[in-house]
Write a protein that binds this ligand. Structure first.
Ligand code: QAP
Ligand code: CO
Length: 194
């Protein structure tokens, strides 16, 4: 497994619509393993293939990684302990190939989202609270999954990446422009500091 560089906004590649995978092969699994290692290394909970520059409809996720980046070490240990006895089956790595949303709830919620391609920025995004997703798993078997809570939010966020959409695109134009300006300024400052 290899940690690959994560593409960040405003990189145009993030606007690519990803292509369906024709068959889940060892190459697909090698990609998923690299994505998982890359995601864990960056303390993420979800990653779409386009975020490492591969325009395939592949997503990896582990929502038990939640809040890793923000939590102090003691809290993190407690969270991990809580996850260990979690019986919802919502922990551990998950792999989604060619995911399709087959149902969404009318009920929506707001979740403060972040993105490994937009490091350091978080904002509320409104999405359906529940959804049902059909996909191929790590072994290429067809599966359906009913999603709720963070799982539902995360899968919808990641599926947006497959359409070339970043969560900033779901904010008001004003908010998006403020974030993009801050990123551009940080980029300039970093270049100037060299
Ligand atoms: C998408 O995002 C997500 O800015 C996954 O400094 C996030 O894994 C869906 C991360 C929240 C739903 C709710 C972001 C790590 C991780 C950062 C991530 C950062 C370090 C983001
Ligand atoms: Co993202």
């Amino acid at each position: 497994m290899t940690i690959r560089p994560i593409i960040e906004v405003p990189d145009k590649r993030l606007k690519t619509v990803s292509q369906p995978v024709t068959e889940v092969t060892d190459d697909t699994r090698a990609l998923m393993n690299d994505m998982l290692e890359t995601m864990y290394d960056a303390n993420g909970i979800g990653l779409a293939a386009i975020q490492i520059g591969v325009a395939s409809r592949v997503i990896v996720m582990d929502i038990s990684q939640r809040a890793q980046a923000d939590s102090p070490p003691e809290e993190k240990a407690e969270e991990d302990a809580a996850e260990d006895i979690d019986l919802t089956g919502e922990t551990g790595p998950r792999f989604f190939v060619n995911p399709e949303i087959v149902w969404v709830s009318e009920e929506t919620n707001n979740y403060q989202e972040g993105c490994l391609s937009v490091p350091g920025f978080y904002d509320d995004v409104e999405r359906p609270s529940q959804c049902r997703v059909a996909f191929l798993d790590y072994d290429g078997a067809a599966q359906e999954l009913e999603c709720d809570g963070l799982l539902a939010t995360c899968i919808q966020h990641e599926m947006d990446h497959l359409e070339g959409i970043v969560f900033l695109d779901r904010l008001s134009r004003l908010k998006r422009q403020i974030v993009l300006k801050k990123i551009a300024k940080a980029e300039r400052d970093a270049a100037g500091a060299k």
